[in-house]
Every structure is written in structure tokens, then in C-alpha cells.
Ligand binder design. Structure first.
Ligand code: TMP
Length: 211
């Protein structure tokens, strides 16, 4: 039997990677084999693409179309090489960002054509839509405060997206809400402002019904 694909979406600092780790532990404790992956990335090709996407080359801002197609290329490689084979083995896949990030960031925030993005996403994933998408919803300022603390503790510097104006990120958040309204059967919106344990409990309530 095919495994389940659960994707995690949300604005910057919404706690996706922490929650993915906690959910993977819970599923593992129930005897479910789980693979965790991320976008862009998750394959050697995807990680190389991630590097291109995170910082502009010297004196060469990445064009919007190139950005979009690089995300799509990373996604196509990930689905074909990792996600589909893993699901075929009956394992579950938890993916940090997926098709909805393209819709929220390139579509709603950058203003690219939504119908065109739907087709590009469809081409990249070959019809393997997520079984469930957890949208970790968080106030943009709160998210950036968390990102700031993360860099203060662990080092690192803001990437191209984190450097975008706050308006851009407000459009990302609003875009996610529109996507969730468009497909309420696939999306679950979780309030990411509560403590880690509460957020994990909310997510677990949504996932438990799939067991
Ligand atoms: P993250 O993995 O640290 O969240 O960084 C990935 C960044 O790339 C994040 O700012 C969201 C952005 N992104 C897009 O703009 N479009 C996409 O399709 C994906 C997967 C990510």
C-alpha cells in the first residue's frame, strides 16, 4: 500500500522543521516508516539548486521566471528520485515546503500568473498531490523575530527571501489563506503562535485520523 505524503507550509519562522521532526518521532513510535525531506533541496541536484536560489550571483539578480523554474526543477527531481519511490515502498514522507510555496511566494507575493503556476506545478509533480498539507500560520513579525533569534544562536545570514520587504511576506501569508480556502479538504491551518507542544498536539490531531 502506498504511503502518505504530508507537506508543511508557512511563512518564515513558522516552525516547520521543528514540527516535522516531532511528527516524524510520533509516527515512528507507532511503527510507521517515515522519511523527512525539504524543498528546495532533498536531492544532490536540489541542494545545488537551493544554493543558487538563496543568494544572487554577483551583479546578477535572479529573474522571476528563472527562480520559478529552478523551484520546479528541484521539485521534479525530488518527486521522481525520492518522494514517489518512498511512497511506493509504503513509507510516509514529510516534506518541508512543496507546491503551495510556489503558489504563495511566486504567485501571490511576486504576482506571477496563478493558472500558469498550477500547470508548472502539475508538470513537476506528475499528479502526486499531498494527502495532507499543514499550514503553520503565524504573524509575520513574530516569524521574523524567531528567524532573528535563530541566526543569533546558530549564526548564518538572511537569504534572498528573508530580505524581501514585509509587504511581500504579508502577501505570502494571505496567499496561503487563499490556497487553504481553495482546497479545504487537503489543508489544515494550525496556529503556530502557541508553544511547540501545543502546535505539535494540534498537528497530531489532524494526522491521527489518517492512521
Ligand atoms: P526555507 O527552506 O528555509 O524555508 O527556505 C526556502 C525559501 O524559498 C523560503 O523563503 C520560501 C522560498 N520558496 C519559494 O519562494 N518558492 C518555492 O516553491 C519554495 C519551495 C520555497
Amino acid at each position: 500500500m502506498s504511503g502518505k505524503l504530508i507537506t508543511f507550509e508557512g511563512p518564515e519562522g513558522s516552525g516547520k522543521s521543528t514540527q516535522i521532526r516531532l511528527l516524524a518521532e510520533k509516527l515512528g513510535a507507532r511503527g510507521i516508516d517515515v522519511s523527512v525531506t525539504r524543498e528546495p533541496g532533498g536531492t544532490a541536484t536540489g541542494e545545488a539548486i537551493r544554493n543558487i536560489l538563496q543568494h544572487d550571483a554577483v551583479n546578477e539578480p535572479l529573474s522571476m521566471r528563472a527562480e520559478l523554474l529552478l523551484f520546479a526543477a528541484s521539485r521534479a527531481q525530488l518527486v521522481e528520485q525520492v518522494i514517489q519511490p518512498t511512497l511506493d515502498r509504503g513509507e510516509w514522507v514529510l516534506c518541508d515546503r512543496f507546491i503551495d510555496s510556489t503558489m504563495a511566494y511566486q504567485g501571490f507575493a511576486r504576482g506571477m500568473n496563478i493558472a500558469a503556476l498550477d500547470r508548472i506545478n502539475e508538470f513537476a509533480i506528475g499528479g502526486r498531490t499531498p494527502d495532507l498539507t499543514i499550514l503553520l500560520d503565524l504573524d509575520i513579525e513574530q516569524g521574523f523575530e524567531r528567524v532573528r533569534c535563530r541566526y543569533a544562536e546558530a549564526g548564518g545570514a538572511a537569504d534572498r527571501f528573508e530580505c524581501e520587504a514585509r509587504d511581500f511576506h504579508h502577501r505570502v501569508r494571505e496567499g496561503y489563506h487563499q490556497l487553504a480556502a481553495r482546497e479545504p479538504e487537503r489543508f489544515r491551518i494550525v496556529d503556530a503562535a502557541s508553544c511547540i507542544e501545543n502546535v505539535a498536539d494540534d498537528i497530531w490531531n489532524h494526522v491521527q485520523v489518517m492512521l
